[in-house]
Design a protein around this ligand. Structure first.
Ligand SMILES: Nc1ncnc2c1ncn2[C@@H]1O[C@H](COP(=O)(O)OP(=O)(O)O)[C@@H](O)[C@H]1O
Ligand SMILES: [Mg+2]
Length: 236
């Protein structure tokens, strides 16, 4: 379980996160929802040590991640797929995956076989530069690069951004499978509440850095007030 307690993060006068508290259950998908500027990216970046918390606590299975270096947080089992995917366009698929495996010191060939089984298209395109991949393939590569290090927690920042609805649906299905088969704990940050709520077990709704709801995905999806005011899900 990853536990966030009273977490606050500021950028000068901007309070990006204010007293944020929730638990993300082990082996489940917790969707982090909210409009642009809600603080979703800041939350993930603070978990991986890229932003500094002003106060509060972040712990993984009871061990505090605060004051740990980003590389040690990765070694502790937290994989981060940043906003915009963060693959290196000039590197091939293989080179990008090698980078992912370096941090965790896993056997590269074994990890590679596993990722190509999960994402066969990456195997077919192993020698292509990431720049030549489609948006969906690039997202798969970004996920594979994080997964090859064998994380127990996967942080995904807007994986559906810029993807066609069908590609988004496939990706959500893959996230669901991973979670089930590998008992991966997933924090799924999405502005696209509809797709995320379909696969998430739990959901946290952020608004201007505050938690306005933390409940089961089903409860959040059926709350008219949340749908209308915070999730942009207006019924037809
Ligand atoms: N590096 C930064 N410097 C200053 N303000 C920032 C920085 N990163 C984020 N913010 C501000 O923090 C708030 C939350 O941003 P962000 O976490 O990116 O939201 P989201 O990912 O939900 O769109 C916004 O008001 C944003 O402008
Ligand atoms: Mg963001």
């Amino acid at each position: 379980m990853i536990s966030i307690a009273n977490l606050s993060v500021s950028f000068g006068a901007v309070h990006a996160l204010t007293n944020v508290s929730f638990d993300a259950a082990k082996g489940k998908i917790t969707a982090i929802l909210g409009a642009n500027g809600a603080g979703k990216t800041t939350l993930l970046r603070t978990i991986t040590g890229l932003e500094e918390a002003a106060s509060g606590e972040i712990s993984l299975e009871g061990t505090s991640l605060l004051n740990m270096r980003t590389e040690d947080i990765a070694r502790a089992g937290v994989g981060h797929v940043p906003e915009g995917r963060g693959v290196i366009a000039e590197f091939t698929v293989l080179e990008n995956l090698r980078l992912g495996s370096l941090a965790a010191k896993v056997n590269f060939q074994d990890g590679l076989a596993e990722q190509f089984e999960l994402f066969p298209v990456l195997g077919e395109r192993r020698s292509q530069h990431a720049a030549t991949l489609s948006g969906g393939e690039r997202q798969m590569l970004a996920m594979a690069r994080a997964l090859i290090a064998k994380p127990s927690v996967l942080l995904l920042d807007e994986p559906s951004l810029g993807l066609a609805p069908l590609v988004t649906a496939e990706m959500m299905a893959t996230i669901s499978q991973l979670c089930e088969k590998q008992s991966l704990t997933v924090l799924l940050v999405e502005q696209n509440a509809k797709s995320a709520l379909k696969v998430a077990h739990d959901a946290v709704v952020l608004h201007l850095g505050n938690v306005v709801a933390a409940a089961s995905a089903q409860e959040v999806a059926s709350d008219e007030r949340l749908r209308q005011y915070y999730l942009g899900l207006v019924d037809q």
